[in-house]
Write a protein that binds this ligand. Sequence first.
Ligand code: HSE
Length: 291
Amino acid sequence: ERFVITVPASSANLGPGFDSIGVALSRYLRLTVERHEEWIFIPETKEVQSIPTGTDNLMYEVAQDVARQFNIDLPSAKVSVWSNIPLARGLGSSASAIVAGIELANVLCDLRLSKREKLRISSLMEGHPDNVSPSIYGGIVVGYHHENETYIAQIPEFDVDIVMAIPEYELKTTDARDVLPSDINYRHAVEAGAIGNMLVAALLNKDLPLVGEFMEKDLYHEPYRMRLVPELSLVRKEAKALGAYGVSLSGAGPSVLCLAPKGKGKAIAEHMYALLPNCEIDVLQIDRKGV
Ligand code: HSE
């Protein structure tokens, strides 16, 4: 008997929703799983060609950890791994792998975990829920994780195109976090919080021009990461001129996300393609389903 686990990619932050807001995207990590006498992971696409193929694989480690939490032996399996989520590009590949590992234990051990339980387990592993929560629930999710508590609220659906410019270079989240300040001035924090609040209110009101405006006003991370990703300001200027609502770093970068009116993504992507020959450009949709 085989089963398939499909986990969407995600883009964290949307600008000022730093470590809190994320959106699920129509790129996927897909595992085809069969019981087998020993653990083996078989990469099927270039995005995952360098992943460990044995029990040093992150998805195995997560699955084993979950099985242990429930005091159940994890049966071994042969796992074919298909993915079009590139690593270290700000598209939530490690969060997708964590969610896939939880789902692996869920299915192999018949745990029947709810999305809420998957969220609790994955948030403890990740520390902030901005990538794991959309990968679990789909859509746009606002979240907050503190100690053992994870709070989330889902944003009602609306239609957009998401144009993603994916540079060919990798940027490790740890490196992109190293450039952030360790403290923030009180007045600056109040302003940064108000900007994040406006983004959420605009999302709830489906006021997409306002969403676009506030996506670009982040004070928490983009001002510091900007110099690591030279593509950001260029894409912002050009995509806005072609009608994009707003442009922000995808997660910790280096990918750049353009939120565009439904139907306008293709024209923006074609322009970007000519402008940025070293980037992969793709028009994505918001994944609605999650894991
Ligand atoms: N919110 C995180 C960051 C996403 O921007 O650093 C990457 O884990």
